[in-house]
Ligand binder design. Sequence first.
Ligand code: ADP
Ligand code: MG
Length: 328
Amino acid sequence: MATGEFDIIEQFFTHPVKGPWQSQGVGDDCALITLGQQRIAVTTDMMAMTTHFLADANPEDVGYKALAVNLSDLAAAGAIPRAFFLGLGLAQRDDAWLSGFSRGMMALAQSAGCFLLGGDTTRTPVVQGQHAPNSICITAIGELPPDAGLTRAGACIGDDIWVSGFLGAPYAALMHHWGKWQMSSENFALADVRLHRPEPRNQLGQALLKIATACADISDGLVADVGHIAERSKCQVLLSWDALPVHPSLKELDDEQLREALLFGGDEYELVFSAPVTARTELQALSKYGTVSLHRIGTIRSGNGVWLETKDGEQVSVTGGFNHFSEN
Ligand code: ADP
Ligand code: MG
């Protein structure tokens, strides 16, 4: 059963799609909309200072990341980023913050070829005598070939599960910021870049259009997001602990911390996807010559939910990850 934010979405915001703009409906990283001969992917992400960013985060990083997480959803659909809209709620006018924020955002927009077409700017409400922290809502639009586009549905029994890049760094950096974990300054610096400057995998997503059967980006944690693939594809994911790609900054972590960071840490913005066994050679070549390395981390089988083969060869059910409104 859905819990927390997903329960809210299911209960109040899942309605049949009517009208000429047909899409697959709520539940994927993007809505894929067919418009005559064309297809677009649309996503929106809402973020607030202190919830999604450290209160004192560098505004240039905030601007960069606010757009990057939306581009990452377009990557999960395999779409080419084209345009975005920016809704801003500001506690006050702070030109130094705005200048850094827009610089970080527009530099990424430029390099991704995704342009700002509009938005809205308001002041945040007063709560207990103070304006609430800045909030940012971005809607991004990408282009797809007609009839193409990746969703979380489509994984088939027997498929492999793959993930891009190396996992765990953003969560470890956050734990260090919060004073819960101690990392050496060298490893922390390596991990912190991954927290503040995630790299949306748009080129990879586009390359996967003809290869992957289902795809998601990892925003809430590997288990949570691969769980969305299991749910939407009506199958079970079996992950192999030994195959998980560990970010080099995590060397000092103990087993429990490593488990938490790799399985449940959010903010990765890597792609996790299923592909048939016959695609292994092609994916290995893509890993070698493409923009990011790819790792085969599990398989799809019948059933539901996410299971993990531990390093002792035992298979256990796993659940968890970030969830706004979770009761835990
Ligand atoms: P992501 O992490 O990729 O942004 P989520 O997993 O948070 O996506 O969202 C799951 C699905 O629920 C998405 O398809 C999203 O568009 C949809 N969704 C989330 N909130 C709402 C809402 N308030 N109204 C309608 N759909 C929503
Ligand atoms: Mg997503």
